[in-house]
Design a protein around this ligand. Structure first.
Ligand code: FES
Ligand code: FE2
Length: 346
């Protein structure tokens, strides 16, 4: 069941990969419990609209393109990519219906870094401009080099918290060939406009050595559910920037699509086979844990957040609450996160 208040509004959500939406495609997606038609016009422009025909509710995604507009499969009403009705075929010339006044809700959409972002406004008023723009990948000409997307059987909060949880790695991701030996970690965190960052540091996991001896990384989280890991290093005497991007996109109250994308310079693509093997395994570990967790969550137990390992999770809940309140009251958002060092064993 979809509950409107579960999902933060006035924010951009990552709705899919540009490469997955070919010219002339119409696709139905559930996003935040709403049916959304994602489409790309034959001449290449992506758009998003509510996937319900205002005539008699047929999914417009089941229709097709005609003259650059979306044609409903039931009675052939046509809608421009901006949601405005352009044609009602049953009308005679002397039947005065102002078809342009009929509209399907359209969602602001942006395409950048090979990602499709859809904006969910708090008010469905078509003419309100988005507050802010979607986050950018911090490298020039960012091209997705490796992509993994899995459906998690949990709501957005457990998906996000699982993602930022620093103490599960030795248990969930440990393997004899991937030793994650627990030790004391101490990391500095600072606030970001709508989230926080684990500030730049030398990572301890040996796998990072792949990106050179002087490798450093920072990990950001911003609302609604976007994480960037910005890795820098030197390999073969060349500076490299690698960005790991993760988005948790709510499908509905109990389902979340988790997508990971890596960006690296073209010449570094020899690392891809490693990602192809490890990526699905590690994301699958998290997905399986969420399924196990579901067995307990169905009984609605109280949950605990323990210092310091669960502080990022606590921040997430506070950020979410502060954002929801600012949208509700129309007041500026104030980030509740303070700069702080967190220590834990993992
Ligand atoms: S239901 Fe779409 S045109 Fe009638
Ligand atoms: Fe994990």
């Amino acid at each position: 069941m979809a509950n409107e208040s579960l999902f933060l509004k006035n924010l951009w959500y990552m709705a899919g990969l540009s490469s997955s939406l070919k010219a002339g495609a119409l696709r139905r997606e559930m996003l935040l419990g709403e049916p959304v038609l994602l489409g790309r016009t034959p001449d290449g422009k992506a758009f998003a609209m509510r996937d319900i025909c205002p005539h008699r509710a047929t999914p417009l995604s089941a229709g097709k393109f005609r003259d650059g507009d979306v044609e409903c499969p039931y009675h052939g009403w046509r809608f421009r990519p901006d949601g405005v009705c352009s044609v009602i075929p049953s009308l005679l010339q002397d039947q005065n219906v102002d078809v342009n006044r009929i509209r399907v809700r359209s969602y602001p959409l942006r395409e950048q870094d090979g990602l499709i972002w859809v904006y969910f406004a708090a008010s469905p008023d078509q003419d309100t401009a988005p507050v802010g723009e979607p986050p950018k990948v911090g490298v020039p000409n960012a091209t997705p080099r490796w992509i993994e997307s899995q459906t998690f059987a949990c709501g957005i909060d457990h998906a996000v918290v699982g993602l930022m949880d620093p103490s599960h790695a030795p248990y969930v991701h440990g393997r004899w060939w991937w030793r994650v030996k627990a030790k004391v970690k101490e990391k500095r965190y600072a606030p970001l406009p709508t989230g926080f960052v684990m500030t730049r540091h030398a990572p301890s996991k040996p796998a990072y050595k792949l990106f050179g001896g002087d490798v450093s990384t920072e990990i950001t989280f911003e609302l609604p559910s976007v994480r960037f890991e910005n890795i820098s290093g030197t390999l073969f005497g060349r500076h490299i920037d690698v960005v790991g991007f993760t988005a948790c996109t709510p499908v509905d109250a109990d389902t979340t699509q988790v997508t990971q994308v890596f960006y690296w310079p073209g010449w570094l693509s020899f690392v891809k086979p490693l990602f192809m093997v490890l990526g699905p395994i590690f994301l699958g570990d998290d997905r399986k844990m969420v399924e196990l967790q579901k067995q307990g969550l169905q009984f609605n137990p109280n949950l605990m957040l323990i210092q310091d390992a669960d502080v990022p999770a606590l921040w997430y809940h506070r950020l979410k609450k502060a954002w929801a309140e600012s949208v509700e009251d129309g007041k500026p958002f104030e980030n509740p996160v303070q700069e702080r060092t967190l220590r834990w064993v993992s």
